[in-house]
Ligand binder design. Structure first.
Ligand SMILES: [Zn+2]
Length: 79
C-alpha cells in the first residue's frame, strides 16, 4: 500500500500509468483525498534514469574524476 504524499493516508489504489521522461510510472489514486500521485522512488524530478544516476555515483565512489564520469556515462547507452 502506497502512502499518499498529500494527506499521508495509506488507502490508495493503483490508477493507471503516467508517461514520464524516464518511462512509464505507476499512478495511484488516494481514496482519502481523491488526488493522484506517483510514489517517490528517490529519483523523482531527475532528468536521467535511475540506472544512469547510480552508475555515475558508482564511478564517483571508485575515485574516478567527474570529467571521466561524464564522458563514460555519455558514451554508454544507459542514458
Ligand atoms: Zn491523500
Amino acid at each position: 500500500m502506497k502512502k499518499c504524499p498529500h494527506c499521508k493516508a495509506t488507502n490508495s489504489v493503483r490508477h493507471g500509468v503516467r508517461q514520464t521522461s524516464v518511462g512509464l510510472k505507476r499512478k495511484y489514486l488516494c481514496k482519502a483525498c481523491n488526488r493522484h500521485f506517483t510514489p517517490d522512488e528517490g529519483f523523482n524530478r531527475f532528468r536521467h534514469s535511475p540506472k544512469a544516476i547510480t552508475a555515475a555515483l558508482d564511478l564517483c565512489a571508485k575515485g574516478i574524476s567527474l570529467a571521466d564520469v561524464v564522458s563514460t556515462i555519455s558514451t554508454s547507452t544507459i542514458m
